[in-house]
Design a protein around this ligand. Sequence first.
Ligand code: FE2
Length: 300
Amino acid sequence: MNTVYFDSSVSDQIRRERLYNGQLYVFSPCHSSMALCNFARTLIEDAFQGRDPRTAQHGMPVDEYAAILAKLKPDFIHHAKSKDLIKNLLSELRCDLDQTYFDVPRMRSSTSGGYLTAGIAYAWHPHRDTWYSAPACQINWWIPIYDIESDNAMAFHPKYWTERVPNSSAGYNYAEWNKHHRANAAQYLTEDPRPLPRAVQPIELEPQLRLICPAGGIILFSGAQMHSSVPNTSGLTRFSIDFRTVHLEDVRAFHGAPNVDWECTGTTMNDYLRGTDLSHIPADMVGMYEERSTRSQKPV
Ligand SMILES: [Fe+2]
């Protein structure tokens, strides 16, 4: 990893290749990303009923705050309008909707000062999404809903693009996780006992890279990229949107980022929906990923 491309106009195919090589892309806010942000803001501001969502944490009991997020986040994730707005964004950034599949957009929040860092507002330790059964061709899209600063952003840890990190992903299976843990997030207010894969040896957080774009800006990175939530010391809650895409040609070819250290089983491949008609990836292809993941994976 050595390059951050700003407002690059290359094709989606070239962009994907570079992302699979560990490069990063940042785009300025555009018409469709602002439409997505504005929709998210409307839901957030309705949920907080007149309070400023970025400072509401300072005047509310944490359980009440978590209850608001527990309703707000699924409302955004499952809203039909969210999917339509994602399609528009993919089009505007030159993705072929017929070949590009996306999963439902998540809304994330990062509270300041350790107010709520578990469960529904989990503060992400350094990880690769590929430790959580994401395929090597997964591309992550990340968008701040309000302006961010360096002390409430997300961080990349570029040295680990090529460096293996001993981790607990071998014990993770996506289907098992969904069955036993996914629905429980909102109950955890202080500690989060869910067995998420993580590094099993200390990880060097520096050097790290924090990309600061305005609200509605878009950061693209490979799911194999090591990234984390920055401990939020800004005094303001960060709200962001993220979702993931895969391109069918790359899915079919098992093409994507190199595997340096992931050993999880299962696949998220059935989560992605086609940009045109929201159909799933063909079942035989999902099956191939499922089957492949259960063979002993030796990182290369
Ligand atoms: Fe992630």
